[in-house]
Ligand binder design. Structure first.
Ligand SMILES: C[S@@+](CC[C@H](N)C(=O)[O-])C[C@H]1O[C@@H](n2cnc3c(N)ncnc32)[C@H](O)[C@@H]1O
Length: 173
């Protein structure tokens, strides 16, 4: 019998942050299922060609998920963080790009992540604030974050942990 999928990564991209990108307990989703070749001249690369493969278990939209309420114990939410990026941007190819309706998209994304989390389930949220400050993003959910940590070369990336709380147990007013 296959292992139950108790963990959801609804926008997995190329699964870079996973220690095991094939972890059988994880349902990997993304809005795209594609292999693209992009130019990346960073790190002194001469030819600059890189191939990116986004191959989710399920093509899905984090704004409207087809899962029952409380279906997962852990959700890891790492949405795109760029609003500005050129059409040939390597970062945009790798991480995706936010639409002009990003507040509404992320508000719906948070709401769906918390809906599909079991009570006392955990949401890990990742955000890079080079373009949008994390405070603006945390205002898009009524759940209270527990703790977080800045990381990355310029300490712009936040890792943030939530536990889903029932409205009567400390969700933001
Ligand atoms: C920051 S990347 C994820 C990187 C990933 N965590 C990793 O370790 O490689 C964000 C991903 O969100 C996906 N995405 C954008 N909008 C989405 C949506 N509405 N629903 C699901 N995935 C979406 C993009 O295609 C992109 O692959």
């Amino acid at each position: 019998m296959s292992e139950a999928k108790t963990i959801l990564d609804p926008c997995c991209g190329t699964r870079m942050f996973w220690f095991d990108p094939q972890n059988p307990a994880v349902l990997f989703g993304d809005v795209r299922d594609e292999t693209v070749s992009v130019t990346d001249r960073s790190h002194g690369r001469e030819d600059g060609e890189r191939v990116l493969s986004v191959s989710p278990d399920l093509t899905m939209d984090f704004r409207a998920m087809d899962f029952a309420d409380g279906a997962f114990k852990l959700v890891v939410f790492d949405p795109p963080h760029l609003v500005r990026a050129g059409p040939r941007s390597w970062l945009a190819a790798k991480y995706g790009k936010l639409s002009t309706d990003w507040r509404d998209d992320l508000r719906r994304g948070f709401a769906e992540c918390f809906r599909v989390l079991a009570d006392e389930g955990v949401l890990i949220f990742k955000w890079n604030e080079t373009q949008i400050k994390v405070g603006e993003i945390l205002a898009l959910t009524d759940q209270q974050p527990l703790f977080g940590h800045k990381s990355g070369k310029r300490a712009d990336t936040h890792w943030i942990c939530f536990m889903k709380r029932a409205a009567s147990h400390g969700a933001k007013q």
